[in-house]
Design a protein around this ligand. Structure first.
Ligand code: G3P
Length: 216
């Protein structure tokens, strides 16, 4: 499974550039980064060579296509995030014909994902954390989407988004999702286990007891 970092903060991306397969942003994350959008995006695309998702804010087909074309000019690895609406999916079809890749976002159900795949989306992003927040089961939605895509051999890839904890990452990988996009804090937690820390402390303490001779 590929791992993307869900952030627009360049310092977080730099720290994990050696590990991650791509980056996803959204207007909230761009606001948190506190920098002009295009400037931040240009820098992110210089650091990461995998797909970098950048979201449009227009709500109509024409506006979305126009914004997408501007964003796509920034770098070859830009993928345009389009919200799952009727206008959005019309824009997805247009962008496909123009050779611009799309990530259909704000997906909360299997029928939404099916429509996005039929319209030629390159990626769909089901928001598992927000589904869970509303009393649903985000991962069962992901399982349905993956099964539907397998049934009809859709090439659309599933990005498990709105990831809140390592358990979401494990569940995504267990289901065979193509990608999980994770916030910086969750990526840090993926490395951690208290037994690893305890193990290192014990090894280092024992190492001190090894008799020294010459250089070692
Ligand atoms: O990038 C989209 C998604 O990951 C947002 O997550 O935590 O705002 O629901 P969240």
């Amino acid at each position: 499974m590929e791992i993307y970092l869900d952030t627009a903060k360049v310092e977080e991306i730099r720290e994990f550039a050696w590990l991650i397969d791509g980056v996803t942003t959204n207007p909230t994350l761009v606001a948190q980064a506190g920098r002009p959008f295009h400037e931040a995006l240009r820098e992110i695309c210089q650091i990461v060579h995998g797909p970098v998702s950048a979201e449009v804010v227009a709500q109509d087909e024409e506006g979305m296509v126009r914004e997408a074309q501007e964003l796509a000019r920034i770098a070859d690895n830009i993928v345009i995030k389009i919200p799952l609406t009727q206008e959005g999916l019309k824009a997805v079809k247009r962008l496909k014909a123009l050779g611009i890749r799309t990530n259909v976002t704000l997906v909360f159900s299997a029928p939404q994902a099916l429509l996005a795949a039929k319209c030629g989306a390159d990626y769909v992003s089901p928001f598992v954390g927000r589904i869970d927040d509303h009393g649903g089961d985000g991962m069962s939605v992901v399982a349905e989407i993956l099964q539907i895509f397998r049934n009809y051999e859709f090439p659309t890839r599933v990005i498990v988004a709105s990831v809140r904890h390592p358990g979401h990452v494990v569940a995504a990988a267990t289901l065979g999702a193509h990608i999980a996009t994770v916030p910086y804090s969750v990526l840090k937690r993926l490395f951690q286990h208290p037994l690893t820390d305890q193990g290192i402390a014990r090894f280092l303490a024992d190492w001190e007891k090894v008799p020294r001779s010459g250089t070692y």
